[in-house]
Design a binder for this molecule. Structure first.
Ligand code: NAP
Length: 250
C-alpha cells in the first residue's frame, strides 16, 4: 500500500498539501491526515478523490505518537511522501509570553516533528520525499518571535543533516521556508502582539507556496523558498552578519 502522511492537515498549508497531492499523485492508495480537529479532517476526506485515513491526534501527546507508530507497524505501508506541517508561532517578547506558550512551540515544532519523522523513516521507500515546514524565520533570529524562529532554525538544521543521512537510500528531504502565508496561523500568532505591518506586504497564497514546495521536492531540491523577497532574505542572511541585520530588522 503506497501512502503519504501529512501532519497539520486540518488547515492552511498542510490541508493545501493534501488537496494538491490528491490531484497530482494518482499512484497513492491512501493519504493519512493528522491534526486535532477531526471535523476538519472529515471535511477534507469528503472533498478528496484519494482514500483519506483520518487520524485525529494531538502530536504533543505521547499516546498519539504511539498510535501512529502502532498503525505503521500494523499496516506496514510504503510511505512515498511525509509532510510535516503541524506547527504554531506566538508573536511577543520572551518576557511577555507565558512559559507554556513558548515551550509548546518547541514541543510541537521540534519534538513532535522529530518524533513523527523518526516513526515514519523505516517505511519510506527509494525515491520517496520528506517535506519539512520550516520558515523564512529560520534564516535569522527574530526579536519578538524568538522561540518560533529558533524552532524553525532547528527544523532547517535537522532537515539538512537528515538529508545527508538518507540520501544513500535515495530519500530526499526538502525544507520549505516561506515568509508570511495567509492561513489561520496568525489567529494564534497574534493573540498577544501583532505581525509587523511591512510583513503583511509579503503575505503569500498557500496554494502557490505548496505548488512551489511540491515541485521543489519532486526536483530533489533541499530548499524551497517561495517568492523573490524571501529568496533575497535568504541570501542576505547568508551573506551579512546577523548582528548588522538585526540593527535594521524590527
Ligand atoms: N502561515 C505562515 O505565515 C507560515 C510561514 C512559514 C512557515 N509556516 C509553518 O507552516 C506550518 C503550517 O502552518 P499554517 O500556516 O498552515 O498554520 P495553520 O493554518 O494554523 O495550521 C497549523 C496546523 O497544525 C495543526 N496543529 C496544531 N497543534 C497541533 C497539535 N498539538 N497536534 C497536531 N496538530 C496540531 C493544526 O491542526 P489542529 O488545530 O486541528 O490540531 C493545523 O492543522 C507550520 O509549521 C508553520 O510554522 C507558516
Amino acid at each position: 500500500m503506497k501512502i503519504a502522511v501529512v501532519t497539520g492537515a486540518s488547515s492552511g498549508i498542510g490541508r493545501e498539501f493534501v488537496r494538491q497531492m490528491d490531484r497530482r499523485y494518482t499512484g497513492l492508495d491512501e493519504i493519512w491526515v493528522i491534526a486535532r480537529r477531526q471535523n476538519r479532517l472529515d471535511e477534507l476526506k469528503a472533498a478528496c478523490g484519494t482514500k483519506i485515513r483520518v487520524l485525529p491526534l494531538d502530536l504533543c501527546e505521547k499516546e498519539s505518537l504511539d498510535i501512529l507508530t502502532r498503525l505503521l507497524e500494523n499496516k506496514h505501508p510504503e510511505v512515498k511522501l511525509l509532510v510535516n506541517a503541524s506547527g504554531y508561532g506566538k508573536i511577543g517578547t520572551v518576557a511577555d509570553l507565558t512559559a507554556d506558550e513558548q515551550t509548546g512551540m518547541v514541543r510541537l515544532n521540534c519534538e513532535a516533528l522529530t518524533a513523527v519523522t523518526a516513526a515514519v523513516i523505516p517505511y519510506l521507500s527509494r525515491n520517496s520525499r520528506i517535506i519539512q515546514m520550516a520558515s523564512a524565520a529560520a534564516f535569522l533570529p527574530q526579536p519578538k518571535f524568538a522561540v518560533y524562529a529558533a524552532t524553525k532554525a532547528y527544523v532547517f538544521s535537522f532537515s539538512r543533516a537528515l538529508r545527508e543521512e538518507l540520501k544513500g537510500r535515495k530519500i530526499l528531504v526538502t525544507a520549505v521556508c516561506p515568509g508570511p502565508v495567509k492561513t489561520e496561523f496568525f489567529d494564534i500568532a497574534e493573540s498577544k502582539d501583532e505581525i509587523p505591518a511591512y510583513k503583511i506586504l509579503f503575505m503569500a497564497d498557500p496554494v502557490k507556496v505548496v505548488k512551489r514546495a511540491l515541485r521543489d521536492a519532486e526536483a530533489g531540491k533541499f530548499l524551497s523558498v517561495y517568492g523573490p523577497a524571501m529568496k533575497l532574505a535568504y541570501l542576505a542572511a547568508k551573506a551579512l552578519p546577523h548582528g548588522l541585520l538585526l540593527k535594521v530588522y524590527k
